[in-house]
Design a protein around this ligand. Structure first.
Ligand code: NAD
Length: 270
């Protein structure tokens, strides 16, 4: 692949799309060659850099990926149906893809895997480097601390978030359960209300806060009678996800076909 990975950002006027254009502009190893929006968007025709609040980059937003210049890689933070269509294009052209879109149904997820079975893919529910490091630390902590410590996960997000607990809180629960050698589904307590009875040993409890413009807070707690260990992550700007995705794109440029996540990108599971 060339020295600079040639990147198309789909959904370039979205909240994450604009951040991604900025993150590519900041990167020394990637160059933006294409940008798209859904057909009918008021932003079609606009310069992607200017819209993202950085310098004009000479890449006009188009309304279909087929109209973009030749590229090595697509970064996609859009919506499940759109991502499925982009995946078909990526597979046909022999390109790579970094997927940040969330909310796929089981059926859509299976279709995505089938479509991209011969492509290099990074897909992660959270591209923050810090969150991915935290997931790794949580798994190791759970391995060492075992069931003697009561494990609880707390998360807080802005008032517009529609799902709970967050995908990242569930990912933390999975890491914790995996460190203990159990399935999260068998031990998760997703909410508590009324006469719940005493805490069951080995369970993993979740609590959720919603309000204001909180970008994302996550905490895993290991609680014993004499001490408490907390692994805490606070995101204060969505740019953290965009920088992580562009880092994933740089890493993916050197990989063969396969399905990877941020643990692979950061070399945390070697
Ligand atoms: P958004 O609604 O602001 O942006 C999505 C953009 O995609 C919109 O501009 C929309 O017009 C565009 N789009 C839709 N269909 C399209 C198509 N066919 N072609 C081109 N563009 C199309 O949403 P957002 O907050 O930027 O989030 C987008 C996705 O990224 C969501 O699924 C969200 O959950 C996910 N997300 C993931 C992470 C992560 O770290 N993995 C972080 C933040 C957001």
């Amino acid at each position: 692949m060339s020295e600079h990975a040639r990147i198309i950002i789909v959904g370039a006027s979205g909240r994450m799309g604009r951040m991604l254009v900025r993150a590519v502009a900041e990167s020394s190893s990637a160059v933006l060659v294409g940008a798209t929006e859904r057909a009918g968007s008021e932003f079609v025709g606009r310069d992607a850099g200017e819209l993202a609040g950085v310098d004009r980059c000479g890449v006009a937003i188009v309304d279909q990926i087929q109209a973009c210049a030749e590229a090595d890689l697509v970064i996609d933070f859009t919506a499940p149906v759109a991502t499925l269509a982009h995946a078909a294009f990526v597979a046909e052209k022999g390109m790579a893809i970094v997927i940040g879109t969330t909310g796929f149904s089981a059926e859509q997820s299976q279709q995505l895997h089938e479509t991209l079975s011969n492509s290099p893919v990074v897909m992660a529910a959270n591209y923050s480097v810090g969150v991915n490091l935290a997931l790794n630390l949580i798994e190791k902590s759970a391995q060492i601390l075992g069931n003697d410590y009561d494990a609880e996960i707390y998360e807080a997000h802005h008032k517009h978030k529609v799902d709970a607990p967050s995908g990242t809180a569930l990912a933390m629960g999975k890491s914790l359960a995996s460190g203990r050698g159990v399935n999260l589904d068998d031990v998760a307590v997703l909410s508590r209300e009324g006469i719940t009875g005493a805490r069951e040993s080995g369970s993993i409890g979740f609590s959720v806060v919603r309000g204001g413009n909180i970008v994302g807070e996550h905490q895993a707690m290991f609680i014993a009678d004499e001490e408490r260990i907390e692994i805490n992550h606070i995101a204060s700007d969505r740019m953290v996800f965009a920088r992580g995705a562009v880092r994933a794109a740089g890493w993916l440029s050197d990989q063969n076909k396969g399905w990877y996540d941020m643990q692979n990108v950061l070399g945390l599971n070697e």
